[in-house]
Ligand binder design. Structure first.
Ligand code: HT7
Ligand code: ZN
Length: 872
């Protein structure tokens, strides 16, 4: 398991002018012929004369150099590569390989899903198709000929434009696709199978008509409207906001059931996990609809940020992913509620990225080393990477940021570049010095900002003192100070903004030193500080704010994000106080001021219902766990449940009124208002159902909502409440749901998840039983995530049972998956990586499981890297 390092980057010795691929598709024995024109790279200084091509998991049939078949002693072939010395500066190499798509359970390279062929080549899947320089800085023009059986594969697709098709005899036919844009091989795609197309068109602002085609299995043909609408909105948005037009004549999306991640941006032929395409009001929740819109846009936006300008090497992954996540977040904010979108994005950072940044897998946004690049498709590279782009947007302002993007495309269209190139374009276009700012790319860990504010009455001045630090992370002990944009507001006693900043009442401070003070003149009364508005930087804040101040901010802050933050901070304080009392064997009591603040929040006319719903939710156990010196899963769960059930009884009337006021469901709509109303209603229902013991009338109300729901959002919300309560009716309703949706794998994923996240005592036994359910399959990543992932990452309380049964269960599954799908196996490891945060008993139990994993024969690099680093 070798480590690759960023500093070892060398330009490729050979470049590829063009590649012509021919696929003779047969389920267990597909033959791939690759005719590739190579030429020496004039920029290379490493003149070894050796051509080294990556290749894995396939049979090499033959190699020809300029038409001459090479003898076995004219090349070296190993389990990883093919090496030869061509002896010429320009030559054509023919490589013939044989692969088995049916046996490919890793879902990298060419594989079969439900009898259809598809590919996944990012980051290093192309080397499972043919021997090739599988690195993103080798760009080539691709022509792809596909030959397949007409019956089973009526549809034959690849990147670019269809230039030829026809019959071959023997029931076989062919299609030839040509992509005019040079691309790295990770963007290559092939799809073949029995699919139907949903067609539409988009006219670009320069008047070109683009054919839009979504391919799905026939049973799913009515589930594509939302994805198609989302695609057209994304195309329009990229033209409006960035002036970016689509560049081919056809844009295709294909939905497949077996897929390791959400979707893939292959040039002109995006391949999607069906979960990120298919939706109807009956079968998908509001969150699913929003998710689809976001992912469709994300993949589309990659056409410019990723495909037209790509990464020089995989250490630069955030160049395309951080930027494209930022773009999709902004798109979703423009399409829906900006404040809700921001809260969702920040919750992801706080719940998962902060945890990654404080654990053994912590790495910079631009990593320095890896064993397996698949392990670096992380919340740090994607989501912290997006925060880094957002901070540049804040520092430059929207207009200069756009100039920076224009310059980036003007300089680098058609190139493979680095994160430094991106920052240079931003700095050059705006004149802003981003030298220190670049530390966000190189230093891992979450900075901590300590805040103290003082109002000097006699000087009518407010002084803010900030101190920054960043904890050590693996391989990085000392950290240099970051350049941090900190958006602040000061509120007067009536809740009005006192600063006249560039954005209404908000001023952006630039913290560059370890310690720095900022002074605000003309502050005539003691203000309430609204700090880090909009979460202007991915940092942890240490600021002593009283409960009164937080309640004030919750009621008055003009920054909607910070209103939510105040609510979440207030609940965090109250839950953690309850946990501490439980740990001390003291009787928990709920702070009456907190109850009053929540009551006031419920009684205020809600201008944005989705925001109110978010403010009512208590922080997740996984987030709260990070706030404890030693995580205590049992008392954490009990403390949080205590607060929930107390709020339920003390505010029962308010929750009931909110439920009734928002229960009018006319025609189902997915507007932000309608989604906000449903989420508020369902938060109220969850509180009503949290009462101990359960109120029979409320239970009936909840079952009624399930039975009558005309949409999946309401059905799942009710079902989720019911699955938390033991009893016969729980079994009946779960059985009803299963029977109703047995034929729909995506809906069944929800059914598996609901059972996996239940806090009931026999959840692990139930999850274990569900592994044998005929609808479950270890070969399908969605199922693995829905059941095993949901239990181990989404059920903190039961997974961390002190018996260690949860740890043993997960380890068994990881060992099983290691042999079939190492990428998914490695992803499943994450709840075990943070073992040092738990008590000695649990630490010992988890450590032993990690050691068990490391002792497995044929351990994949994916699993090895994470288990090894966790134990260091
Ligand atoms: N660029 C893609 C990343 C990716 C991926 C997608 C599907 C399956 C395996 C994969 N490995 C890496 C997805 C994206 O960020 O848009
Ligand atoms: Zn992406």
């Amino acid at each position: 398991h070798a480590t690759r390092r960023r500093e070892d980057y060398r330009v490729p010795e050979y470049l590829v002018e063009e590649i012509r691929l021919t696929f003779q598709l047969y389920a267990e024995s597909t033959v791939v012929t690759a005719d590739t024109v190579y030429a020496v790279n004039q920029q290379s200084t490493d003149c070894t004369g050796r051509l080294q091509l990556s290749g894995e998991n396939m049979e090499l049939v033959e190699v020809r150099l300029d038409g001459r078949r090479l003898e076995a002693d004219e090349f070296e072939v190993s389990a990883m590569d093919l090496i030869l010395v061509p002896g010429k500066d320009r030559f054509e190499l023919q490589v013939v390989t044989r692969i088995d798509p049916v046996a490919n359970t890793a879902l990298e390279g060419l594989y079969c899903s439900n009898g259809n062929y598809c590919t996944q080549c990012e980051p290093e899947g192309f080397r499972r198709i043919t021997y090739f320089p599988d690195r993103p800085d080798v760009l080539a023009r691709f022509t792809t000929r596909i030959e397949g059986d007409r019956q089973t594969c009526p549809v034959l697709l690849s990147n670019g434009n269809l230039i030829e098709s026809g019959e071959l005899g023997n029931g076989r036919h062919y299609a030839v696709w040509q992509d005019p844009f040079p691309k790295p091989c990770y963007l290559f795609a092939l799809v073949a199978g029995r699919l139907v197309a949903i067609d539409d068109t988009f006219t670009t602002r320069s008047g070109r008509d683009i054919a839009l085609r979504i391919f799905v299995e026939a049973r799913n043909r009515d589930l594509c409207d939302h994805a198609m609408r989302s695609l057209k909105k994304a195309m329009q948005w990229d033209e409006d906001v960035y002036g970016l037009e689509y560049d081919l004549d056809v844009f295709m999306i294909v939905a497949v059931d077996d897929f390791n991640m959400g979707a893939m941006e292959n040039k002109g032929l995006n391949i999607f996990n069906s979960r990120c395409v298919l939706a109807s009001p009956q079968s998908a929740t509001d969150q699913d609809f929003l998710g689809i819109e976001g992912v469709v846009a994300h993949e589309y936006f990659h056409n410019w940020t990723g495909n037209r300008v790509t990464c020089r090497d995989w250490f630069q992954l955030s160049l395309k992913e951080g930027l494209t996540v930022f773009r999709d977040q902004e798109f979703s904010s423009d399409m829906n509620s900006r404040a809700v979108q921001r809260i969702d994005d920040v919750q992801l950072i706080r719940n998962f990225q902060f945890r990654e940044d404080s654990g053994p897998m912590a790495h910079p946004v631009r990593p320095d080393a890896y064993v397996e690049i698949n392990n670096f498709y992380t919340v740090t590279v994607y989501n912290k990477g997006a925060e880094v782009i957002r901070m540049m947007h804040t520092l430059l302002g929207a207009a200069d940021f756009r100039k920076g993007m224009d310059l980036y495309f003007a300089r680098h269209d058609g190139q493979a570049v680095t994160c430094d190139d991106f920052v240079a374009a931003m700095a050059d276009a705006s004149g802003v010095d981003l030298g220190q700012f670049k530390r966000w790319y190189s230093q891992a860990g979450t900075p901590v900002v300590k805040v103290s504010g003082q109002w000097l009455a006699e000087k009518r001045r407010y002084v803010l003192r900030l101190r920054q630090s960043c904890p050590a992370t693996p391989g990085q002990d000392g950290k240099e100070p970051f350049h941090i944009p900190i958006a602040v507001g000061l509120l007067d006693s009536r809740g009005r903004d006192m600063l006249n900043g560039d954005r209404d009442g908000t001023r952006v401070l630039e913290l560059r030193e370890r310690e720095q003070s900022f002074s605000f003149p003309d502050i005539g009364e003691k203000p309430v500080l609204s700090f880090l508005r909009g979460f202007s930087a991915p940092v942890k804040v240490e600021l002593d704010q009283s409960r009164e101040e937080l309640a004030f901010l919750l009621a008055h802050d003009t920054d909607l994000f910070n209103r939510w933050y105040a609510a979440s901070k207030l609940s965090e304080i109250v839950v953690m106080e309850t946990v501490a009392r439980l740990q001390a064997n003291a009787q928990p009591v709920l702070d009456s001021d907190f109850v009053a603040a929540v009551r006031a929040n419920l009684q205020r006319p809600a201008s944005d219902k989705a925001l109110l719903a978010l403010a009512l939710q208590l922080p997740a156990e996984t987030y709260l766990a990070q706030q404890m010196d030693t995580v205590d899963p049992v008392n954490l769960h009990r403390g949080r449940e205590f607060v929930r059930s107390q709020l339920s009884s003390l505010l029962a009337d308010e929750f009931r009124r909110i439920y009734d006021d928002n229960n009018e469901e006319g025609e189902y709509r997915i507007t932000p208002e309608a989604m906000g109303r449903r989420s508020l209603k369902n938060v109220a229902l969850a509180y009503l159902m949290a009462r101990v013991p359960t109120d029979e009338e409320i239970y009936a109300l909840c079952c009624g909502q399930y039975a009558e729901a005309g949409n999946m959002t309401d059905a799942i919300a009710a079902l989720s409440c019911v699955t938390r309560i033991e009893g016969r009716r729980r079994q009946e309703i779960l059985h009803h749901f299963y029977t109703r949706w047995q034929a729909d794998p995506l809906v069944l994923d929800k059914w598996f998840t609901l059972q996996a996240v239940s806090p009931l005592a026999d959840t692990l036994a139930e999850v274990t039983r569900l592994l044998a359910n005929p609808s479950f399959s270890m070969k399908n990543p969605n199922k693995v995530r829905a059941l095993i992932g949901a239990f181990c990452s989404g059920n903190h309380y039961r997974f961390h049972d002190v018996s260690g049964a949860g740890y043993a269960f997960l380890t068994d599954r990881i060992i099983e998956l290691n042999a079939t799908n190492p990428q998914i196996a490695a992803r499943m490891l994450s709840p075990l990586t943070v073992w040092k945060r738990y008590d000695p008993v649990r630490q010992d139990l988890i450590r032993r499981q990690l050691e068990r994993i490391l002792a497995v024969d044929n351990l994949s690099g994916d699993v090895y890297e994470i288990a090894r680093k966790s134990l260091q």
